[in-house]
Design a protein around this ligand. Structure first.
Ligand code: NDP
Ligand code: A1CAB
Length: 229
């Protein structure tokens, strides 16, 4: 099996799906300079999200299987329910030279390996929304045919999107709950602060600014507890 990070081997990154997480992860790779746009190929059914990648200089296509021909590391960034049909579609083009990285929440490595040819190097990751500003909290796990080399390669790539840790797959759904969805809970709490302020007579505009600043500083303090003294 060719090592995608072997000296002299060119890292060509593909992504099937061009939405929020594709943009967060591949955008981080572009911003960090880890992968030039010319070495990126992204596919999606419509042009809606592809136009961002086209504007960055990436190759874009409506053909998922083309991503396999152009890339050696392929991220799967469609919604989970779409992944099985995508894997059936591309399976014939997947070889031992590819590394497949699924972002799909709730799809186990076992399921992914059942849907792909034997021996394919598969990893599973869980990003979160702050990846889009390269402040993500990302975890990943290896499939049965992915080794330390693939893990090191992925950790290096994903470090461009924020914090990145390799974890046992049993942690993946936990991360999805607290971090993959976690940002939404924080927004819900912020809305509750504002709603309370408005109920007590404060205009929502200033209540929103105060709530945002309070939450921002609170998180800052948790990372520097001595600063609170
Ligand atoms: N959003 C989040 O906060 C998190 C997301 N995830 C996971 O990340 C993955 C991506 O989520 P997210 O970025 O939010 O999704 P989006 O809905 O933003 O993007 C989905 C993308 O998939 C494309 N797509 C749809 N059908 C197909 C198909 N048949 N073949 C190829 N591409 C297709 C869409 O195409 P088009 O551009 O034409 O609409 C779109 O570009 C999901 O599996 C999700 O579970 C995990 C944790 C957090
Ligand atoms: O959009 C999604 O599928 C993910 C799963 C957890 C949060 N968002």
């Amino acid at each position: 099996m060719a090592a995608v990070s072997a000296p002299g081997s060119t890292l060509r990154v593909g992504c099937i799906g061009a939405g929020k997480m594709a943009r967060g992860v591949l955008g981080g790779l572009l911003l960090s300079g880890k992968v030039p746009a010319q070495q990126m190929t992204v596919s999606a059914p419509s042009g809606t999200n592809l136009q961002y990648f086209r504007a960055q200089g990436c190759h874009t296509t409506h053909s998922n299987i083309s991503v396999l021909y152009e890339s050696n590391v392929i991220f799967l960034a469609t919604k989970p329910h779409v992944i099985p049909q995508v894997l059936v579609e591309i399976s014939s083009a997947v070889t031992s030279d590819h590394v497949i990285v699924s972002m799909a929440a709730g799809l186990s490595l076992q399921t992914l390996e059942e849907l792909l040819p034997d021996g394919v190097r598969i990893l599973r990751m869980c990003p979160n929304l702050p990846c889009v500003i390269q402040q993500g909290a990302v975890v990943f796990s290896r499939g049965s045919c992915a080794g330390p080399e693939e893990a090191d390669m992925l950790k290096d790539l994903l470090s461009a999107c924020g914090m990145c840790e390799e974890v046992p797959e049993s942690y993946m759904d936990i991360h999805t709950g607290i971090s993959g969805s976690g940002v939404a809970y924080v927004y819900l709490f912020a809305e509750a602060l504002v709603d309370g302020a408005v109920k007590m007579g404060m205009p929502s505009a200033i209540a929103s600014r105060i709530a945002a600043q309070t939450l921002l500083v609170s998180f800052f303090l948790t990372s520097r507890p001595t600063a609170a003294l």
